[in-house]
Write a protein that binds this ligand. Sequence first.
Ligand code: NDP
Length: 567
Amino acid sequence: MRNEQAYYDEIKKKFAEEREIRVNFRPEGTAQFTSEFTGELEKYAVDPYAEERVEREPITDTVECLFIGGGFSALLTSARLRERGVESIRIVERGADVGGTWYWNRYPGVACDVVSYDYLPLLDEMNYVPKNHYSRGDEILEHCQAIANKYDLYDLAVFQTTVTSTTWLASEQMWELKTDRGDVMKARFVICANGTLSKPKLAKIEGINDFQGDSFHTSRWDYDFTGQDLSNLKDKVVGIIGTGATAVQAVPGLGESAKELYVFQRTPSSIDIRNDWPTDPDWAAKLKPGWQQKRRERNLQGPQLTEEQKKKQASRTKEEKLRHQENNNIDYMMRIHDRIEKTVDDPQTAEALKPWYMFMCKRPCFHNDYLPTFNRPNVHLIDTHGEGITKITEKGPEFKGKEYELDLLIFATGFEVQKTGIYNQIIGKNNLDLEDKYSDGIRTLLGIHTEGFPNLFIMGGYQASFQFNLTDMLQTQGDHIADCIAYAREHDHNTIEPTAASEEWWVQEVISHRGKTKRNEECTPGYYNFEGESNRRQDGNYNGGFLQYFNHMAEVRSKMQNSFIFD
Ligand code: NDP
C-alpha cells in the first residue's frame, strides 16, 4: 500500500533542510578542495606503488596515436585501433604501469560496484570471465595489464611521465607534447584519456600540514605504514575523513585491524546490499563467443516496459510522472534507512548514518560489512552533520572543541572531477588555449571533439553522457574515436576537426537537456552537482540518456563529411 502524499512531502522537506545545512557550511562550492599538491602537500601525490623512478633519456620521436593516460580509456580504444590496423600507438602515463584508477586505488577492500561481466571491458576479445560477480581491484588491474600485453601496448609506452603541454604544429599537422621528463614527442592523433576522477583532492582544512602522525590519501595507500594485511594498525589509532564510496570499502578492514578507528562523516552515503558470488564455472563454460557484446547491447536498450506499464505511463501528466518517480525514490531511501536501523545497534549512530537526500544525488554504495562495522567497540562515528572537519592540529582533527589524537589520518576526500582534456596546457590552431576556449562554457561535439583542435579526442569528459557503468561509456567513445581515425586514414586525410555548426548543434543539445529535473539544485552538495553550484549551463554531462548519446554518435559518423572538416 502506498503512503499518503503528505508523507512524501514531509520527507522532501527534510531533504531540502539537510541540503541547506550543507550549502551554508560550504558556500565556496568546489573551491573548498585542492588538487594542487605542491609545497607541504606534495607528499600526497607521491606514487607509493612504483618500485623506483626509472631514469631515461628524453624522447623526441613521432608516433601516430598518443594517449595521455593509460587507464581503460586508452586500453580499450587502443584495442579498437589495433583491429583497424594502427601500429604506432603510445601511452604516456604518470603511474608506473597501465591501469589508471585501478593502478592508483589499491586501498584495502577496493572493488568495483558494477557487475564485473559488464564492467571489465574486452572480455570477448580477452577470452576471460571474471572470478566474481563483482571484481576486486587486483583482478581489474591484472586485466588492464593483460590487455596491454595482448595488444602490444607496452612496446612504446612511457611511464612515470606527465604531459605538461600539447601544442598543434600547423605546418606539420602534428601535435607536439612536452613532458616533465624533458620529452618533446610528436603525434598525429592525441587522445586525452586521463580519466574522470584521476586527480586526488583534499579538503582545504586549517592546520592540515601541522598533523604530526602519518597521513595519506586513499589513492596513495601507505602499506609500509599499515602493513599489507593492516596488521601494523593493531596498536594504532586511525582516523578517516570522508564517507564516500572509497571509505565505505576501506572502513570495514580498518575497523577490524585498528586499535581504534574514528570515522569523520560530513554526509552519509546510501548503502545497499551487495549481492556478490564467485562466478559459477558451469555458467562460464556455457558462454558463447560474443557473450559480453550481447550483454552490452541489451544493457544499452535499458529496461523494457510491458504494454501495461507503457499505457500507465502515457496516462500520467508530466507532473504526476515526476511525483511518481520522486515517491519511488523516497521509498527506496526509506528502505536504506530501515536497513540501517536493523543493522546498527546504537540508535544515535544509526540515526547519524541515515542519508537524507534522493537516491543518486550522491554515488550509491553497496556493502555488507560497512554498517555492521559501527557495532564494533573500537569504531567511532564522528558525525559532523554537514559541517565537516575544518581544523586539524598536530595531534589530529578537531571538531566542536574536541581533539581526536591519531597515529594515522586517512583522507578519503575524493577526486577532482572530469577535467580530462584540460589538465595539461592544450594549444590548438591559432595559438588558442583550450582553457580559454572553454572560459565561457565548454564547447564540444559529443564531448569528444572540439573545433580548433584537429586530431584531438577527449574521453570521459564533460558533455558526454553519464553512465553508471563507466566502461560502457568509454567503450562507446573508443569505438567512435577508432572509427574517426580509421576514416581519416582510409581517405588520406591528414586531419579531422569538427565543424563550427556540428559543435554548436551539440552544445545546444546539451543545454536543451539541462534542467529536465531540478535534481541538481535540489540535491545535497557533492561532486555530482559541483558541490551545489548551479550556474553551470553546459559544463556537465549530456542528460539525454545513454542510448540517445550512442545514437547521436552513429548519426555523426553516418555523415562524416558534414560533421567534420578534413584536410
Ligand atoms: P567522494 O568524493 O565520493 O567522497 C568524498 C568524501 O569526503 C565525502 O564523504 C565528503 O563528504 C567527504 N569530505 C570532504 N571534505 C570533508 C571534510 N572537510 N570533512 C569531512 N568529510 C569531508 O570520494 P570517494 O573517493 O569516496 O569516491 C569517488 C568516486 O570514485 C565514487 O563516487 C565512485 O564514482 C568512484 N569509486 C568507485 C568505486 C567502485 O566501486 N566502482 C569504489 C570507490 C570509488 P560530503 O559527502 O559531505 O561531500
